[in-house]
Design a protein around this ligand. Structure first.
Ligand SMILES: Nc1ncnc2c1ncn2[C@@H]1O[C@H](COP(=O)(O)OP(=O)(O)OP(=O)(O)O)[C@@H](O)[C@H]1O
Ligand SMILES: [Mg+2]
Length: 299
């Protein structure tokens, strides 16, 4: 892990985000299906020819469900997330977000996004970055400030509220982006390797916090990761993808403790290891476990 500078090291005090410390408003009740992907394909035309990034993807994510996407580099995980987020359009097939086209869902602020590049505005302070979505939607100054303070406490960055992004490590910037994605208590979170830049301890703490937050708020999550244990710890289902063309190879149900009961003890549970093994085998599907799967962290 390249980023080892955390708030803990930088300030000498532990991040003030003890489980249960912050509670967020419950997302409004909506249709039972958060994301419905029906027969979606995506073909990119490049100078070197066409690339079929996704081929006939069918995936339904229930409201409040946590689903991870895992698979080798280039299998189309980010592409699928970008289509759901209305950042690109499918070549064929259809996507519905809470029963509406992705564009309408985006305009209605149905979801929050946290992608691998933090994407912070360099001229705005940490707090002002977290407040941005609220500001864009007309939330008053005092309410914005209170919400940003609550979220920065959650991600352990209270003392950095007045800093600017370039004064933060990559992992800290990423935590600001995660706080920003939660600002409007979205009923759907789209997260693309959001914890990739975090050191291992911060990463595990953020996983525990995310599971708790989603259980509390009822948000559905589509979460892209290269880490099998991370996918298993977080998810109700792990969608295993295969590359060229990107397809769903297998969907592994994870039958562990209820989301709001997933604590660190779970990481040492036999059922946890069994689920990790099931996902690993699905990833290697038929090739034997000794064949390396490029870009997937199987530790
Ligand atoms: N804008 C684009 N133009 C052309 N090809 C693209 C574009 N975006 C993605 N691709 C191709 O689509 C395929 C899937 O890319 P994608 O970024 O979705 O993979 P990924 O599963 O997220 O990989 P990683 O784990 O490395 O992030 C790749 O072959 C990639 O080269
Ligand atoms: Mg990607």
């Amino acid at each position: 892990m390249s980023d080892v500078t955390t708030a803990t090291e930088a300030t000498g005090t532990p991040p003030d985000a003890a489980p249960g410390a912050t509670s967020l408003p419950v997302a409004p009740a909506g249709p039972a299906t958060a994301v419905d992907v029906r027969g979606v394909s995506k073909v990119f035309a490049t100078r070197a020819g066409t690339v079929t990034a996704l081929d006939d993807i069918h995936l339904s994510v229930a409201a409040g469900e946590f689903v991870s996407l895992i698979g080798p580099s280039g299998c189309g995980k980010s592409t699928l997330l970008r289509l759901v987020a209305d950042l690109d359009q499918p070549t064929s097939g259809e996507i519905a977000v809470f029963g509406r086209p992705p564009r309408v869902a985006r305009e209605a602020q149905d979801y929050g996004i946290a992608f691998q590049q933090a994407g912070l505005l360099p001229w705005r302070s940490v707090a002002a970055n977290v407040e941005l979505p609220l500001e864009l939607h007309g939330v008053g100054r005092r309410e914005r400030a209170a919400r940003a303070a609550e979220l920065l406490a959650l991600v352990g960055l209270t003392e950095f509220a007045g800093h600017f992004p370039h004064q933060l490590s990559g992992g800290m910037q990423q935590r600001v982006a995660i706080a920003r994605s939660l600002a409007e208590s979205p009923s759907l979170l789209l997260m693309d390797e959001p914890f990739g830049a975090l050191d291992e301890m911060t990463r595990e703490r953020m996983q525990t916090e995310l599971v708790r937050l989603c259980a509390e708020s009822g948000a559905a999550v589509v979460f892209v990761t290269h880490s099998i244990p991370e996918a298993v710890f977080l998810s109700q289902r792990v969608v295993v993808m295969s590359p060229r063309p990107g397809r769903i190879a297998q969907v592994v149900p994870v039958d562990l403790a209820r989301a709001d009961e997933r604590t660190d003890d779970l990481r040492e549970d036999a059922a946890f290891f069994a689920a990790v093994t099931a996902v690993r085998e699905a990833l290697h599907g038929g090739h034997g476990a000794d064949v390396p799967t490029r870009g997937v962290d199987v530790r």
